[in-house]
Design a protein around this ligand. Structure first.
Ligand code: NAP
Length: 308
C-alpha cells in the first residue's frame, strides 16, 4: 500500500495516514536533540519497569527500550517477578525518583493483583511521569496546561493529525471511548487552547445510545474501544478523517502465529467513505513510542534547567 491513497467502491480515495513514517521523523528529531545534549555531556535516561512475563507487555517494553536506545537515550529495563510485593515495587519506584540518571519512568500496565496500581502510579514523581498517569499531571492536563507532559498515545494522535495536515482546530472531533488511558486525555488535549486544540469535542462510550448517529457527526473520528469492527462504513461521515487506536487480535489460521492484529474500524469498508484513515498496525502504535521518547527528552531538559 502507498501513502497516496486507495481506490474505494464509491470512487473516493482515503489517504493512508502512516504513523510509521511520521514516528520515524519524530524519532529522528529526538535523536538530533539527544545528540546536542550529549555534546554538553548530558544524557537523558528512561527507566521501564516490567512486572511478570505477559508476552504483549514484554513486547511493548522491548520496543520502547530499543527505540530509546536507538535515539541515544540511556534506557534501563527493570524486569521483576509477577509475585513482587506491592511495597517492594513502590520502593523501587522511589529509588528511580531519586536517581539523577533517570528522567522518565514508565511502569508497564497491567500490574498483578497484589499490587495497588493507582498507588504505584501516584508514587512516580510528577516530573518523571512521562505517560501522564499521576493525578497532579492529569489535573494539569484537564485545566488546559500547555506545559504538562501529555500522555503518549493521545499526544501521538495529535501529532499524527497535525503532521498529516488535519489540524483539529475548529473541527468537530468525535472520540469513541472514555478510558483514562486514551479517550479522556484525548478529549482534554483537543479542548486545550492553541496548537492541536480548539476543537469541538464529543465523547461516546458503551452507554451511548445510537452510536452511529454520534460518530457520523465527526469530521475527525477517533476510535479507542478495543473491539474489532465496532465502527463500520455506515457510521462514518463521508470525507471524515478516521484514527483507529484499537489493537485487537483476531484468529487467522493463514497467519504464521495463528492470529493477526486489527483495529476497531472496519478498514476495508470505512476507507471507501473516509478521506483519510490510519492503518492497524502502522498507524497510532508507532506514534505512542515516538512520543514516549519525546517526553523523556523533554523531562530531562526540564530537570537540567531546574538545576541551573
Ligand atoms: P478500555 O479502557 O477498555 O476502554 C474502552 C472504551 O471503549 C470504554 O470507554 C468503553 O466504554 C468503550 N466501549 C466499549 N465497547 C463499546 C461499544 N460497543 N461502543 C462504544 N464504546 C464502547 O480501552 P483503552 O485502554 O482505551 O484502549 C482502547 C483500544 O486502544 C484497545 O484496543 C487498546 O489495545 C488500544 N490502545 C492502543 C494504543 C496504541 O499505542 N496503539 C495505546 C493504548 C490503547 P465504557 O467506558 O462505557 O466501558
Amino acid at each position: 500500500m502507498t501513502a497516496s491513497g486507495l481506490r474505494g467502491g464509491t470512487g473516493m480515495a482515503a489517504k493512508l495516514i502512516l504513523g510509521t513514517e511520521v514516528a520515524r521523523r519524530i524519532r529522528d528529531e529526538v535523536a538530533t536533540r539527544v545528540g546536542a545534549m550529549k555534546e554538553k555531556g548530558r544524557i537523558p535516561g528512561l527507566a521501564t519497569v516490567l512486572v511478570g512475563t505477559d508476552p504483549a507487555s514484554k513486547a511493548y517494553v522491548g520496543m520502547k527500550n530499543r527505540a530509546a536506545t536507538e535515539a541515544g537515550i540511556r534506557s534501563r529495563q527493570i524486569d521483576l517477578p509477577a509475585s513482587i510485593p506491592h511495597a517492594e515495587l513502590l520502593g523501587l519506584v522511589s529509588g528511580l525518583n531519586a536517581d539523577p540518571e533517570v528522567h522518565g519512568i514508565l511502569v508497564q500496565l497491567p500490574l498483578p493483583s497484589q499490587v495497588r496500581t493507582q498507588e504505584i502510579l501516584e508514587g512516580i514523581h510528577p516530573s518523571k511521569d512521562v505517560d501522564c498517569f499521576h493525578p497532579l499531571n492529569v489535573g494539569r492536563l484537564n485545566t488546559g496546561d500547555a506545559h504538562v507532559l501529555a500522555p503518549c498515545t493521545p499526544l501521538g494522535i495529535l501529532e499524527l493529525l497535525l503532521r498529516s495536515g488535519h489540524d483539529p482546530r475548529g473541527r468537530h472531533v468525535v472520540v469513541v471511548g472514555r478510558s483514562n488511558l486514551v479517550g479522556k486525555p484525548m478529549a482534554a488535549l483537543l479542548l486545550r487552547r492553541g496548537r492541536g486544540g480548539d476543537a469541538t469535542v464529543t465523547v461516546a462510550h458503551s452507554q451511548t445510545p445510537d452510536l452511529a448517529a454520534v460518530t457520523r457527526l465527526g469530521e475527525i473520528l477517533i476510535v479507542a474501544v478495543g473491539r474489532a469492527g465496532v465502527v463500520t462504513r455506515d457510521m462514518v461521515r463521508p470525507g471524515a478523517v478516521v484514527i483507529d487506536v484499537g489493537v485487537n487480535r483476531v484468529d487467522d489460521p493463514t497467519a504464521e502465529r495463528g492470529y493477526r492484529l486489527t483495529g476497531d474500524v472496519d478498514f476495508e469498508g470505512v476507507r471507501e467513505v473516509a478521506s483519510a484513515i490510519t492503518p492497524v498496525p502502522g498507524g497510532v502504535g508507532p506514534m505512542t513510542i515516538a512520543m514516549l521518547l519525546s517526553n523523556t527528552v523533554e523531562a530531562a531538559s526540564r530537570s537540567w534547567e531546574e538545576e541551573r
